[in-house]
Design a protein around this ligand. Structure first.
Ligand code: S3P
Length: 446
């Protein structure tokens, strides 16, 4: 993303948010639908796929490795699977843009295929740690040549005769788990990942729906997932649910604007993703799930939110951080508007997302008049129950969620909040500004 033409946006205080709308498809599920569709034998059809930049990186990378992917007149994306070991070496560098999920899932996918590929990305992605996947994937027999600090750009030398592994990731990460499971698909024998704390399980659910020999054993919050490799995957018709991580922004904007009442339709409510709903309820928000149903193995519902007059402060249990890991920037904004002190800890993972989200949000909130303290693994936010002062510009650091969180803060702040560059929003939430304004927000392009 060049630095020459930033998209400066400004968000003004609103009275109430009202309305009923849908958000784009889930980012995690869209990545997996394309990748697992490519590994299946036959044609997978995907409807309501997120058409954000991160997903287009995944689609383009697969096409560069010989997979045919077509967006047809029926509005669906058709993926012609090449089978679990059918990828070709790309003839050019794979450009991953801002997408950590594309990068880590591809590293897993390629680790057990006889291909060589060079992966690179933008300034944000090239600063993110890759050792967490390099370490387990090397044990399959793959080799990685990475820049200092195990960062992108890097070359993956996939292994032609991989060995299965059993691994316990040291950080709670669905990306690491999924990378290992994807490597296991083209590996003879049983690959096992043990998680001390369960993370989002979209890969497991989709593999099961595709007929893969996968087992998941639960023991309290822990999970042991095993997949038997070198089996055919059946193609699927997949309807991608709305992304709860995107929904979090209009939900928080409504929660901090007393009198608001909005409904977001067909949102994925996988229990490993709904931490934000529980957190908002604890803060005094009324959340009602309507039309709960199943869509291809994923729970889906319409979410109605009614805002209270005053939000209560919150101190979320760090043990459930992975159930809302992408929602903390939005939740920090809710805490800034609440009455009382909120304590957030156990969140050092937020320092290695698209930006250092603890620092970016602490800086953004402080600049807009919120009393906030930053710690190595969290924030303490002192809300007064009154709207924050606002009036400052927020640096978005190539991070879509910082950009959206700052605009949400502007919905409640006394003076408008400006962001340095709104272009990163397109990675996960194309149409965000129009959707927010349809709900009565007042976000303008400067
Ligand atoms: C994702 C997992 C999460 C999340 C990311 C998407 C996924 O990352 O932050 O936006 O699709 O698996 P970690 O698994 O590294 O926490």
């Amino acid at each position: 993303m060049n630095k020459i033409n930033p998209l400066r946006l400004r968000s003004h205080r609103v009275t109430t948010l009202k309305g009923n709308t849908a958000v784009p498809g889930d980012k995690s599920i869209s990545h997996r639908a394309l990748i697992l569709g490519a590994m299946a034998t036959g044609e997978t059809r995907i409807s309501h796929m997120l058409e954000g930049e991160d997903i287009m990186r995944t689609a383009t990378a697969l096409m560069n490795m010989g997979v045919e992917i077509v967006h047809k007149n029926d509005g669906r994306w058709h993926v012609h699977g090449v089978g679990t070991g059918g990828l070709l070496s790309p003839s050019n560098v794979l450009e991953m843009g801002n997408s950590g999920t594309t990068t880590r899932l591809f590293m897993g996918l390629l680790a057990s295929q006889p291909v060589t590929a060079v992966l690179t990305g933008d300034e944000s992605l090239c600063s993110r740690p890759m050792a967490r996947v390099i370490t387990p994937l090397s044990r399959f027999g793959a080799r990685f040549d990475a820049r200092a600090g195990d960062r992108l750009p890097l070359t993956v030398h996939g292994c032609s005769s991989p060995s299965p592994i059993t691994f316990t990731p040291p950080v709670a990460s669905a990306q690491v788990k999924s990378a290992i499971l994807l490597a296991g698909l083209n590996t003879p024998g049983i690959t096992t990942v043990h998680e001390d704390r369960a993370t989002r399980d979209h890969t497991e659910r989709m593999l099961k729906a595709m007929g893969a020999p996968i087992t998941v054993k639960a023991d309290g919050h822990a999970r042991t997932v095993s997949v038997t490799g070198e089996q055919e995957l059946e193609p699927l018709d997949i309807a991608v649910p709305g992304d709860i991580s995107s929904a979090a922004f209009p939900l928080v904007a409504a929660a901090i604007s007393p009198g608001s009442d909005i409904t977001l339709t067909s949102i994925g409510v996988n229990p490993l993703r709904t931490g934000i709903l529980g957190a908002l309820q604890q803060m005094g928000v009324t959340i009602t799930l309507l039309n709960a149903r199943d869509a291809g193995g994923e729970p889906v519902a319409d979410i109605r939110l009614q805002a209270p007059d005053t939000l209560k402060a919150i101190s979320p249990d760090p043990a459930i951080a992975s159930d809302m890991i992408d929602e903390f920037p939005a939740l920090f904004v809710a805490a800034a508007c609440a009455d009382g002190t909120s304590y957030f800890s156990g969140l050092s993972e937020l320092r290695v997302k698209e930006s250092d989200r603890l620092n970016a949000m602490a800086t953004a909130l402080a600049a807009n008049g919120v009393s906030v303290e930053e710690f190595p693994d969290g924030l303490v936010i002192h809300g007064t129950g009154a709207p924050p002062k606002g009036g400052a510009s927020v640096e978005t650091h190539l991070d879509h969620r910082i950009a959206m969180a700052a605009l949400v803060l502007g919905c409640a702040a006394k003076d408008p909040v400006t962001i340095s560059d709104g272009r990163p929003i397109a990675t996960s939430f194309p149409g965000f500004i129009d959707l927010m304004n349809c709900l009565n927000a007042d976000i303008v392009d400067l």
